[in-house]
Design a protein around this ligand. Structure first.
Ligand SMILES: [Zn+2]
Length: 327
């Protein structure tokens, strides 16, 4: 099969990658669309030392599984795979199990290939009303929804998202859905155009001298964004960290102590509510798609996705069957 891989030689498009074998608790999924995410870009620079097929954001159709009820279903998959079900599994929950594998990120081949192998336990059927192009956002939308599991959004108090990229915008939409008054911060006028069109208050990071915010989310992916986020957080407010970096952030943490800021790390979130949000069409996702590339052009897609201001680049991998949900 075709696969786009991270190897010791860097990124490689492989025409003859072996189709994965599946176990009894797994499904072989034919991939339709995959998303290029900033995590993929970070992996291509060496983050996690991952080697294998990239890609954890995808939608596909179950082609083979021992459980016949899944055959032919259009699915997405949550990305954390549990290895063994010891006490921590129950104490921490599956998604946070320390001995996990993560699709296309840690120890398990990803979805930028004709086929991907995923545990049946991780599958979620995509509602008919959700298009392939929206369904591919399930993982990042779930990550945005995670914040609402971690913190109560008070509609009376202002919230800010630093970073107007794809994740930042989705976080803004999710906070607004909870009633939050959301301002989106960016470094250029161009980056704030879509947030403004979506009805957000917007501000340039460098020129801002206004109020502080009760809830601030750093979704910039760079240490200077974290610095800005700390500066914008009101004393005793909450600072939510969504960024992961290749290197280390060299940042003055004293304001966190002096201002008694509550710092919350936030990673993966719940897929089922994400799919429900999409089915209700509460969140405008497809406007974030900048380009769609064929799998053979994955390297160009990565180039494109790493340009400033680009929100979402997709890889078209397979043809979907006809049907209302497969446009
Ligand atoms: Zn991602």
């Amino acid at each position: 099969m075709r696969a786009f891989c991270m190897t010791n030689r860097g990124l490689v498009f492989d025409k003859n990658y072996p189709v994965p074998d599946i176990g009894t608790d797994e499904a072989l999924v034919r991939v339709l669309l995959a998303g290029v995410c900033s995590t993929d870009l970070e992996i291509s620079k060496g983050y996690f030392g991952f080697r294998g097929v990239l890609g954890h954001e995808f939608v596909g159709v179950v082609e083979r599984a021992d459980s016949p009820e899944w055959l032919g279903k259009r699915i997405v998959s949550s990305i954390n795979f549990v290895q063994d079900r010891d006490a921590d599994f129950y104490r921490l929950g599956r998604e946070h199990h320390p001995r996990r594998k993560v699709l296309g990120i840690l120890g398990h081949d990803g979805a930028m290939a004709d086929y991907v192998r995923v545990p049946l336990a991780n599958l979620l059927e995509v509602p008919e009303s959700v298009s392939d192009r929206a369904a591919v956002f399930a993982e990042p939308l779930a990550a945005a929804l995670r914040i609402r599991q971690q913190i109560i959004i008070d509609p009376d108090k202002p919230a800010a998202v630093v970073g107007p990229g794809r994740l930042g915008l989705m976080i803004g939409l999710v906070l607004r859905q909870a009633g939050g008054q959301v301002t989106i911060f960016g470094r250029s006028e161009a980056s704030l155009q879509l947030p403004a069109e979506l009805g957000f208050a917007t501000c340039l990071v460098d020129s801002y001298v206004g109020q502080h915010f009760d809830v601030v989310v750093d979704a910039t992916g760079n240490p200077s964004g974290l610095e800005t986020a700390i500066r914008l957080t009101r004393p005793t407010g909450a600072l939510i960290l969504k960024s992961t970096y290749t290197g280390c952030a060299n940042i003055d943490l004293t304001p966190l102590v002096v201002n008694e800021i509550q710092v919350i790390g936030s990673r993966c979130g719940p897929f089922a509510p994400a799919l429900r949000c999409m089915a209700d069409q509460q969140i405008e996702l497809e406007r974030m798609i900048d380009a769609v590339y064929e799998l053979e052009k994955a390297e160009d897609a990565f180039q494109h996705a790493s340009q400033p201001g680009v929100r979402k680049v997709l890889l078209r991998i397979g043809e979907s069957a006809s049907g209302p949900g497969t446009k």
